[in-house]
Structure formats: structure tokens, C-alpha cells
Design a protein around this ligand. Structure first.
Ligand SMILES: Cc1cc2nc3c(=O)[nH]c(=O)nc-3n(C[C@H](O)[C@H](O)[C@H](O)COP(=O)(O)OP(=O)(O)OC[C@H]3O[C@@H](n4cnc5c(N)ncnc54)[C@H](O)[C@@H]3O)c2cc1C
Length: 363
């Protein structure tokens, strides 16, 4: 019996994979409805197709161009990106798990352990707490993971605040925008992602003063102060030393800091991690080791690039954009997306050795 806490992308995909392997799986979700509230932009690369075939109903928009803006420069590049309805995507993933035989309990909250093989779950509807006996427990319960806390894993201490809202803005739906500047978007970046011809998801990430930076960006980009709704949250920063398995208790997704530190994107890495963890549970392998083997190098590279970008001045960003604004680089960026960072970086360096000049920021 395997109990997974949290019906986000990581939990639902893992539940589906384990059920397909014949395991008895229960998925616990504290909200009444899977997928709500949304705290995500929902943009993913075409690499998601390696994991699932997306039905049209979960796709809000597709973008084939990105505009990258720095303080003194602006370039365009061709891309292949999908903008998800994140709530419908999560629902679709949970339904697929349910169709594969997973028992899903919504409106139920994980409260704690009673030893390593008994968990306490609160039924929020009638406010009653039940105890279940389990072989394995997986914390797929996001950055504030209760499973992690109650099982004594180390707390996540490095993260970015991501402030995002839906805003009315007429925009070309095929193009999304990213903004880099250490004055207006220090240590992360800003984005405008169209979900329709009338509405965009506008946001940014920072470590502090997030509200001030957000409102400045909102007004500058849209000329407005009003938003339609908020979709803010927190991005954990990948910790290569994080312990993610203790005996029969595992962490996955944001709870395990498994996102890309460059962009904060965690959907595709968590699907990849679900494959790794399924294999580890079924074949009794060491998940701490296996995850590092399969995803560690990629996520570490994202982290190193993030740390390097965080040292950039506005002038460095402009120079980076100049180097990127070449046909051969554009082709490489389209061919190898950011979900294959090692191949992407190797090919970029082969095509433009001047990128190596940024290596001084690694130290
Ligand atoms: C502003 C913002 C924008 C983002 N944009 C993107 C993007 O464009 N592309 C991308 O790839 N990633 C993006 N991300 C990151 C992405 O949202 C996460 O990496 C991803 O959701 C992680 O999935 P998960 O399944 O690990 O956790 P979550 O999606 O957080 O799911 C955790 C689930 O656990 C449930 N839960 C929590 N505690 C309990 C409990 N005690 N009992 C029962 N259930 C519980 C929660 O209700 C939730 O449903 C963004 C994040 C933010 C903050």
C-alpha cells in the first residue's frame, strides 16, 4: 500500500505510474478540487510530450516566439512552448491516475505520522482524523511539505517569491516575453505569457521586495494598476545535497526542490522524477542515488547558470543577448530546449565560444 500526499503534477503522475505497475495507491489532496488554486504560469517546453500526450482541453495557448528584453537590448527567438490551463492539467493528470486504479481522496489533509508505517489523515468535511497503515509514503505536497516536516527532513531555506497575476492586455498570442535586469528583476526575471488575445499571465520572481518590483513592472508593461486575479507562489531553489528518501518515506517535486533554478519551471522535472521514483519503489532502489544519477547533473547545471546570471550587470545581460542574436544560436535554441540543458549548453558553446567569457561568473 502506497500513499502519496498531494495531487499536483508530481503526485498524480507518480500515482499513475505506480498503479500501472500493479501497486495499490491512494492519493490524498487537501483541496476540494484538484488543480485549484492555481499558483503557476503553466508554460512548458515541447519536451512534455515525452511524458504525456496532452489533450486539447488542457492547452490554453501555444507560443512559437519569445522576446527577451534586457535594459538596453531586445531580441526575438523561435521556440516551441505550450501554455497550460494549470487547473485543467492537474485535473487531467489526477483523472488519468484514477482511471489506472488509484484511489483519490480530495478534501483530506495529511496531518502527521504515528511511527513510520501509520499516517494521520484529516477528513476536512467532517473534521475527523483517521489513521492508515502504509508501506510507503510520498510527500508530493509542495514547497511547504508537511510530510517533509513531520518525517524530519531538512527545511527548504532557499527560494524565490513568485508574484503573478492575470491581467487584461491585448497581445500577439504567439509570443511570450521575458525580462532580465538586475535593477528591475534582481536575481531572477520577469515574464508576460499570453493565455488568450485579451489576457496575459504577468509575473516576476525575486528574493525580496517582490510587491514593489511587481507593481512597477505591471504599470510599466501594461499602463494599468488593476489585475484580474492573483496566481502567486514560491519557487524552491534546487538543493543538490537534499536528502529525499528516509527508509519508506520519499519526497518529490517542489517538496524535493526538483525544479530548474534558471526559470523556476518544475512541471517537467517533477514528471521525470516520478519515473525515477516509480522505478526505485518497484525495484527497491536507492532514490537518493538514483535521482542524482538521472536528474542531478541537469538540475545542477541550471543552478550554476542561475548563480552566474545573478552576478550579471545590465551590461552583461545586453552582451548575452547580442551573442544570442545570431541565426546559428537561434537554431540551436529551438533544437535543444531548456529541458536538455547539457546538450543545449554544449551546442551553444560549440557554435559561439564567446559564451565562455561568462564562465568568470562561475567563481
Ligand atoms: C508563480 C509561479 C509560476 C510558475 N510557473 C511555472 C511554469 O510556467 N512552468 C513550470 O514548469 N513550473 C512553474 N512553476 C513551478 C510549478 O508550479 C511547480 O514546480 C509544480 O507545481 C510542482 O508540482 P508538485 O506536484 O511538486 O507540487 P504542487 O503543484 O505544489 O502540488 C502539491 C499538492 O499538494 C497538496 N497538499 C499540500 N499539503 C498537503 C497536505 N498536508 N495534505 C494533502 N495535500 C496537500 C496541495 O494542495 C497541492 O495540490 C511556477 C511556480 C510559481 C510559484
Amino acid at each position: 500500500m502506497i500513499t502519496i500526499i498531494g495531487a499536483g503534477p508530481a503526485g498524480s503522475y507518480l500515482a499513475y505510474l505506480l498503479a500501472k505497475k500493479g501497486k495499490e495507491v491512494t492519493l490524498i489532496e487537501e483541496h476540494k478540487k484538484v488543480g485549484s488554486p492555481v499558483q503557476c504560469t503553466g508554460i512548458v517546453t515541447g519536451s512534455i510530450k515525452k511524458f504525456i500526450k496532452l489533450p486539447d482541453k488542457v492547452i490554453a495557448n501555444k507560443c512559437n516566439k519569445v522576446v527577451v528584453v534586457s535594459k538596453n537590448n531586445r531580441i526575438e527567438a523561435n521556440v516551441d512552448e505550450i501554455v497550460l490551463w494549470r487547473n485543467k492539467f492537474d485535473e487531467f493528470m489526477a483523472n488519468r491516475a484514477s482511471d489506472a486504479g488509484v484511489k483519490i481522496l480530495t478534501n483530506h489533509k495529511f496531518i502527521g505520522f504515528n511511527g513510520r508505517h501509520a499516517i494521520k489523515i484529516k477528513d476536512k468535511k467532517n473534521d475527523k482524523t483517521k489513521e492508515s497503515i502504509v508501506d510507503y509514503v510520498v510527500g508530493a505536497d509542495g514547497i511547504s511539505s508537511k510530510v517533509s516536516k513531520e518525517a524530519g527532513f531538512e527545511k527548504i531555506t532557499k527560494f524565490y517569491y513568485g508574484m503573478q497575476a492575470k491581467v487584461k492586455l491585448k497581445i500577439d498570442t504567439e509570443t511570450f516575453e521575458t525580462y532580465f535586469s538586475n535593477t528591475n528583476f534582481p536575481e531572477f526575471f520577469g515574464w508576460v505569457v499570453p493565455e488568450s488575445e485579451e489576457i496575459v499571465r504577468l509575473g516576476l520572481g525575486t528574493k525580496q521586495n517582490t510587491k514593489d518590483y511587481f507593481h512597477h513592472f505591471l504599470e510599466k508593461r501594461t499602463g494599468k494598476k488593476e489585475v484580474l486575479c492573483w496566481e502567486s507562489g514560491i519557487f524552491p531553489i534546487y538543493d543538490p545535497n537534499k536528502i529525499i528518501q528516509k527508509d519508506n518515506i520519499f519526497l518529490i517535486g517542489d517538496a524535493a526542490t526538483q525544479g530548474k533554478a534558471t526559470t523556476g519551471g518544475g512541471i517537467i522535472p517533477s514528471l521525470k522524477a516520478a519515473k525515477t521514483l516509480c522505478n526505485c519503489i518497484v525495484n527497491k532502489k536507492d532514490y537518493n542515488k538514483q535521482f542524482k544519477k538521472e536528474s542531478g547533473k541537469e538540475l545542477l547545471l541550471h543552478l550554476k547558470i542561475r548563480n552566474m546570471l545573478n552576478k550579471f550587470s545590465d551590461k552583461d545581460y545586453s552582451y548575452l543577448l547580442n551573442l544570442m542574436n545570431q541565426k546559428r544560436i537561434e537554431k540551436t535554441l529551438k533544437k535543444y530546449d531548456r529541458d536538455r540543458p547539457i546538450t543545449l549548453l554544449t551546442n551553444l558553446l560549440l557554435k559561439e565560444p564567446r559564451f565562455l567569457s561568462f564562465s568568470k561568473f562561475l567563481f
